[in-house]
Design a protein around this ligand. Structure first.
Ligand code: ADP
Ligand code: GLC
Length: 486
């Protein structure tokens, strides 16, 4: 079986959030089952080609976008010892090589992102043609690549190579739809009728690539079973696309993400002060000492609950309820470390609190991979108050690190965290998305934190959980097979 896997982010080359994690780890897990998998992604200027051993190739191709001929090259990475897993990078200085992923250094999205990801989508098809390689299925991810099924179904004469190729579109975050003004329609070179009112690409007078992708893909999946139900039944959680999802419901699936335990395992983690496992939990304390030291927080917090958060600072992640609850959280004699980059307005609000609770609250607005590992290892509680969460990877990571999650019961959080009932459970869930319920849930966790035996049991329950990619890869493989057979 041959799979083309197209994503705007692929860890370790590029990553903003979980999409990068998934596109970094899932292809490797799939390749282990013996299938052939080619990943295509842009060669952003931020990628360190040397340290990642990227090879250049003689292949060149071009994509016509409106009146512009965009010339591209290809670099590649071939998995050592597994030539059935390759990553191809689209080289184009103007659109990718001189840029970061979605935004410039000051956090402003590039104005031509529609063209950039249109280029990614169409270039991935051109690469197949240049390599004379025809996939059985193309696995697309999010709005950036949602147009691939639209091209295959509406321009089949240009893409006759893919006549028997199926498409799967995975929605990692349905709220990001790639919507642009109708004035941009010229760049797509797609039939006019697709842009008419209520037609697949039209959305309240604008162009919505994700909507069209959902309609034309052979199947759609999202990253947890609960979120698959949510987007079919809830107008808000589907970001307005409920009826489009509902109409395609026979082809909508929910497959939980996994965790890459070669990156995220306290027993082998190279970023933390002292490696540990469930058999040497005492060593987790050494990481707490180091984290308090590194963040400059009060040493007195060593025997008090230390709460951690690693998150994009956006509304989805529950930052508004966190801000509303912060005084009441800090009133419970805890420490709190937040690592997150994102909205400037949230940063300003958080800065005020950081001044107020200087000895117990540390906020780092950078994107910092090593610190995210240290927070996982050094904290006692991991907080994830997301308003909605298609899957969420960090809560599964926190379980592995024995850092007890406190989360809002939504999407993938509801599928992975089981509320502690005195015997069973691996964390704490709050049902209502509100500051009151968030505070209540944290208070509950804190009261159990001081009951050492119970706390240890929750930690051990969490560390036992296995969310490795093997299981999810098996489910994707079964879905690929089913679609290819249809
Ligand atoms: P989302 O994709 O919605 O951001 P996930 O939980 O699926 O949420 O994935 C987030 C990923 O991004 C995790 O790997 C997390 O560790 C990482 N991450 C988020 N913010 C930061 C940051 N400021 N520094 C380092 N890693 C971060
Ligand atoms: C998205 C979602 C997150 C999910 C990730 C990877 O960014 O917000 O819940 O884990 O994609 O699928």
């Amino acid at each position: 079986m041959k799979i083309l896997f197209v994503s705007a982010e692929v860890y370790p080359y590029s990553k903003v959030g979980g999409l990068g994690d998934v596109a970094g780890a899932l292809p490797g897990a799939l390749a282990k089952t013996g299938i052939e998998i080619v990943v295509v992604t842009p060669a952003y200027g931020t990628i360190d080609r040397q340290s990642h051993n990227l090879e250049s190739s003689p292949y060149r191709f071009s994509v016509q976008i409106e009146n512009e001929t965009v010339d591209c090259g290809i670099s590649r990475w071939i998995s050592p010892g597994h030539s059935n897993h390759r990553v191809y990078f689209i080289e184009n200085e103007q659109y990718f090589g001189s840029r970061r992923i979605y935004e410039n250094k000051s956090g402003k999205p590039y104005e031509d992102n529609d063209k950039r990801f249109l280029l990614l989508s169409r270039a991935s098809l051109e690469i197949c043609s240049v390599l004379k390689w025809t996939p059985d299925l193309i696995h697309c991810h999010d709005n950036h690549t949602a147009l691939i099924p639209v091209y295959l179904k509406n321009q089949s004469s240009d893409y006759s190579q893919f006549l028997n190729t199926k498409t799967l579109l995975t929605l990692h975050n349905i709220a990001y739809q790639g919507i642009v003004s109708m004035e941009h329609r010229g760049i797509y070179n797609l039939p006019d009728e697709l842009f008419n009112p209520t037609a697949p690409l039209e959305w309240y007078g604008k162009i919505n690539p994700l909507k069209a992708g959902i309609i034309f893909a052979d199947a759609v999946s999202t990253v947890s079973p609960t979120h698959a139900k949510e987007i079919m039944t809830d107008e808000v959680l589907s970001a307005g696309l409920k009826s489009v999802i509902y109409e395609n419901q026979q082809h909508v699936f929910g497959i939980l993400n996994g965790v890459d335990y070669s990156e995220w395992n306290p027993a082998t983690d190279i970023f933390i002060s002292k490696q540990y496992s469930s058999g040497s939990l005492g060593d987790k304390r050494i990481n707490k000492v180091a984290l308090l030291d590194e963040t400059g927080l009060d040493n007195g917090l060593l025997d008090k609950p230390l709460i951690g958060m690693v998150s994009r600072l956006v509304e989805q992640k529950g930052i508004p309820v966190l801000l509303e609850a912060l005084d009441r959280i800090m009133a419970q004699d805890v420490g709190l470390i937040i690592l997150g980059s994102g909205d400037e307005s949230y940063q300003q609000e958080l800065r005020k609190f950081a001044k107020l609770y200087a000895k117990r609250l540390k906020i780092d607005f950078s994107y910092n991979d090593p610190l995210s590992h240290k927070i996982m290892a050094g904290c006692d509680i991991f907080l994830m108050p997301s308003r909605y969460e298609p899957c969420g990877i960090t809560q599964m990571v926190s379980l592995k690190y024995g850092t007890v999650p406190v989360v809002h019961k939504t999407g993938g959080l509801a599928d992975t965290i089981l509320d502690w009932d005195g015997k069973r459970g691996n964390g704490f869930l709050f049902g209502d998305y509100s500051a009151d319920y968030l505070v209540k849930s944290i208070s509950q966790a804190i009261s159990i934190y001081y009951k050492k035996k119970e706390w240890q049991q929750i930690i051990l329950n969490g560390m036992k959980a296995d969310f490795s990619w093997k299981q999810s890869a098996g489910q994707y493989l079964a879905l690929y097979k089913q679609l290819i057979k249809e």
